[in-house]
Design a protein around this ligand. Structure first.
Ligand code: TYD
Length: 206
């Protein structure tokens, strides 16, 4: 079995940058790495981006708001394909899989939308558990500042209050799931990378 590492955090926490740096770190050490993300680039992921992320504040389908439950199911469907077609085969082939977001995003965001956490956990029970989840944590004010300099794709990412609830949810999840380790994402890119590497080295040393 390979090694499965996930990066989580609110929008603008630096997940994609850190995922890329970590992938390079593994590659320099001769590992075969699969760098991936959710929502994925498959048909389901594209559907999510079209329905959920381009529709304004909340998902819109045919002019009507998508229910939060349907939204959670769409994310879960995308994830089921992700696990079945990419993550599990890569792990079985002994590769390192690094995913920018995974089911913890569903727990943090869809819980923040008001859904029942236990239902969300049950819904995602099919998802293979990662060996390590790095939670890039920073205050929402800071993440919003970073996002302003980036092209913001939709209102979904903008809502300050939602992001605050999401951050709080992630911190609560870190107390429930022992694989989640918190890293202070306020530091500069290289310092954060070193902290991520330290966690990975601990994992590999076990
Ligand atoms: P993001 O990583 O910002 O995608 P992109 O690469 O297109 O910028 O993720 C898109 C949004 O989807 C983000 O605000 C978090 C949200 N999301 C959920 O609400 N639930 C989930 O299960 C996932 C994977 C993402």
């Amino acid at each position: 079995m390979g090694t499965f590492i996930v990066l989580e955090g609110i929008d603008g926490a630096g997940k994609s940058t850190q995922a890329r740096l970590l992938a390079e770190w593994f590659e320099e050490r001769g590992y075969e790495v699969v760098l991936t993300k959710e929502p994925t680039d498959t048909a389901f992921g594209k559907l999510i981006r079209r329905l959920v992320l381009t529709g304004g504040r909340e998902g819109i389908i045919d002019g009507a708001k998508i229910s939060h439950e349907a939204e959670a199911l769409l994310f879960a469907a995308d994830r089921a394909e992700h696990v079945d077609k990419l993550i599990r085969p890569a792990l079985q082939a002994g590769k390192v899989v690094i995913s920018d977001r995974y089911f913890y995003s569903s727990l943090a965001y869809q819980w923040a939308r008001g859904l029942d956490l236990e239902w969300l956990i049950d819904l995602n029970r099919f998802a293979v558990r990662p060996d390590l989840v790095v939670l890039l944590d920073l205050p929402v004010r800071e993440s919003m500042k970073r996002l302003r300099s980036r092209r913001i794709k939709s209102e979904f990412d903008k809502i300050f209050e939602l992001q605050k609830r999401v951050r709080e949810n992630y911190l609560k999840l870190a107390e429930m799931f022992p694989e989640i380790k918190i890293v202070n994402a306020l530091d500069d890119v290289e310092t954060v990378h070193q902290q991520v590497v330290a966690l990975v080295e601990t994992l590999l040393g076990e």
